[in-house]
Design a protein around this ligand. Structure first.
Ligand SMILES: C[S@@+](CC[C@H](N)C(=O)[O-])C[C@H]1O[C@@H](n2cnc3c(N)ncnc32)[C@H](O)[C@@H]1O
Length: 588
């Protein structure tokens, strides 16, 4: 089954569904220590009580995301009676129209397909056994586990569960939604995205959402009832993270609506293997079948080879290039894992920057003797390079705060801390600019770009507001104080003005026309600000100007990120609040 736009054309940046309530969900406790992950209500002490749990597939989340159980999962597992599981499955069957050929293969989708696959069926069977073992510990004598039921539930989750994320992209767990959401297929160049509404812990009352449902299952008409919002039967609380689907491209009447099941900033091969590993399908969207590959897919895996002997065959070069990609990927993963485990940010920065600058020498490639030396380097827009900028931005940020803490203890000059902070912001900015370039060719990268501009803005503002500047001021350098920074207005651009007038983004004024006009106009003069903020450091007499330029650049990145976020996330107060607080608009 697939979902299509209904009887009208849908513009960019429009909600296409009301907020859809999950049929079942399971949130990790990591962010909700004190609350029931099923209904968000406050837990009495640390005890989970049975009545809290609406039909949920909580125990499937571990199988789905990792393949091992955490103690917290086991704890919750114990309290779940088989009847809940059966109720969840009944619910899913109930909302799958009997006329659909997908009754088994639809919402309870791929069961046969998945179980026919050795690797997946082994995982599912192991998962079912693990669940059974965990549940046996606290189960009543007369409550029997049913293997088939557990396996069906796992297949269902594998096919339909979606990762629930908060607005900062942190994973909160998984949820399964009804057909209005679950029937939306994947594309690597999708025309829609989705966002979650996470109810605050003290708000367990279902709220009303009268927005229209503007997408329909293929082959149905708007009045046959299938597309109506699900009404929840008795026994289902209707609580949990709601999801809203929103257009990120203009969608014609009757056109298929698609979302991304995987990270779109990865090259085709990786997207393909991820989709296969997780869902067992091969994507044939326009981006995937383009021949030659699209510019974005080409550049995301571009590696340059130098010193290749002119006599070398292209098959030979391609072999070494694949080998180099594998080694570079392993290297970045190794360095990142070591950084996360040991926390040596200095060594991490050194190794990753060295890799970006010098690339990979052919000694590591075991090239046969007598060949001239090969050197493989990542293109700055290679997907691995993009990941590396994120790690470097984080590692330099940590270094800046370590150095700052050290210097402030001895009352020294914090120039080094500022310099680390500046490099961190520069990597964030580079990441935003790089992905922005890709977005110009592949507009479905909108959400990633919005997030990267916003992080770059936050990084730059953190640098501009850093108390490390105070130590420079104390040593007699002319440093503008914090309150004067916000007083300065940009004379060239309308972004700040429109923010001040509106004080809210995403009020559906963010249409395609606006996107084009803001993006293409000279209003957002990033190049100018970036040049200014980069060049100021050499002359210490201009430190105050440099701080001002960094602040201005940060404001513009944040405003532009917020503008783009308004298109893909809709009228979301957290963006406005985020920008307000970053710009010190509290109380204004
Ligand atoms: C959440 S469901 C989407 C709805 C599904 N088509 C159905 O009829 O139930 C996910 C499953 O749909 C199928 N699917 C989604 N996108 C696809 C695509 N682009 N090409 C092929 N199959 C796809 C896969 O079998 C996947 O496991």
């Amino acid at each position: 089954m697939e979902m299509r736009a209904g009887e009208e054309e849908i513009e960019i940046g429009e909600d296409m569904t009301p907020s859809v309530i999950p049929l079942s969900y399971a949130l990790h406790d990591a962010f909700l220590h004190s609350h029931c992950s099923s209904c968000f209500s406050l837990l009495p002490g640390t005890n989970f009580t049975r009545h809290h749990h609406a039909p949920t597939l909580l125990y499937c989340s571990s199988i789905c995301s990792s393949s091992h159980f955490s103690p917290a999962d086991l704890h919750l597992l114990h309290s779940l009676p088989s009847s809940d599981l059966r109720a969840a499955l009944r619910l899913l069957y109930h909302y799958t129209p009997s006329s659909s050929t997908n009754r088994i293969c639809g919402l309870l989708t791929n069961r046969e397909k998945l179980m026919a696959d050795e690797e997946i069926s082994a995982r599912v069977r192991d998962g079912a056994k693990a669940i059974e073992a965990a549940r046996r510990i606290e189960m009543d004598e007369n409550e029997k586990n049913e293997d088939a039921l557990l396996e069906a539930a796992l297949c269902l989750v594998l096919t339909n569960a979606v990762e629930v994320q908060d607005h900062e992209g942190r994973s909160l767990g998984i949820a399964v939604y009804g057909p209005n959401f679950s029937w939306i297929n994947h594309s690597c160049s999708p025309n829609a995205c989705y966002r979650f509404i996470i109810s605050p812990p003290d708000n367990v009352l279902p709220f009303r959402d009268d927005s229209r449902l503007r997408i329909l299952p293929a082959g149905t008409k708007s009045d046959n009832g299938v597309h109506k919002n699900i009404e929840f039967p008795k026994g289902c609380s209707g609580s949990g993270p709601r999801v809203i689907v929103r257009s990120i491209k203009r969608i014609k009447k009757g056109e298929e609506v698609t979302v991304a099941y995987t990270d779109l900033l990865q090259p085709k091969e990786i997207r393909r293997s991820e989709l296969w590993a997780k869902y067992r399908f091969i994507c044939c969207c326009t981006r995937c079948i383009a021949s030659p590959p699209s510019y974005v897919d080409h550049i995301l895996q571009e590696i340059s080879a130098s010193n290749m002997a002119t006599s070398s065959l292209s098959s030979e070069l391609s072999f070494y290039r694949d080998e180099a990609t594998r080694k570079l990927t392993d290297y970045v993963e190794e360095v990142t894992a070591e950084y996360l485990a040991v926390g040596d940010s200095e060594s991490c920065c050194k190794k990753l920057e060295n890799m970006l600058i010098t690339g990979l020498l052919d000694e590591l490639l075991e090239v046969r003797e007598g060949k001239s030396q090969l050197n493989f380097r990542l293109h700055p827009l290679h997907h691995l390079a993009l990941n590396t900028y994120t790690v470097l931005a984080s590692a330099y940020k940590i270094r800046a705060s370590d150095v700052f803490a050290l210097h402030s203890e001895v009352g020294g000059l914090s120039w080094e801390a500022l310099s680390m902070s500046r490099i961190s912001a520069a990597y964030s900015l580079f990441l935003a600019a790089s992905t922005y370039h890709l977005f110009c060719f592949e507009s479905s990268l909108l959400a990633s770009v919005a997030n990267f501009w916003t992080s770059a803005g936050e990084s730059l503002l953190a640098l501009a507001k850093s108390s490390a500047w105070d130590s420079l001021g104390k040593c007699g350098f002319p440093v503008l104080n914090l309150s004067s920074l916000a007083e300065h207005k940009c004379s060239k651009c309308s972004l700040l003005e429109s923010f001040e007038v509106n004080l809210s983004f995403g009020q559906d004024q963010t249409r395609k026309a606006d996107l084009d006009s803001v993006t293409n106009s000279n209003d957002v003069d990033f190049k100018n600000w970036a040049n200014k903020s980069a060049s100021g450091t050499e002359d210490l007499g201009y430190i105050d100007q440099w701080r001002m330029d960094i602040f201005q650049l940060g404001v513009h990145c944040l405003l532009y990120g917020g503008f783009l976020a308004g298109i893909c996330y809709g009228p979301h107060s957290h963006w406005t609040n985020h920008i307000r607080s970053a710009l010190n608009y509290e109380g204004k």
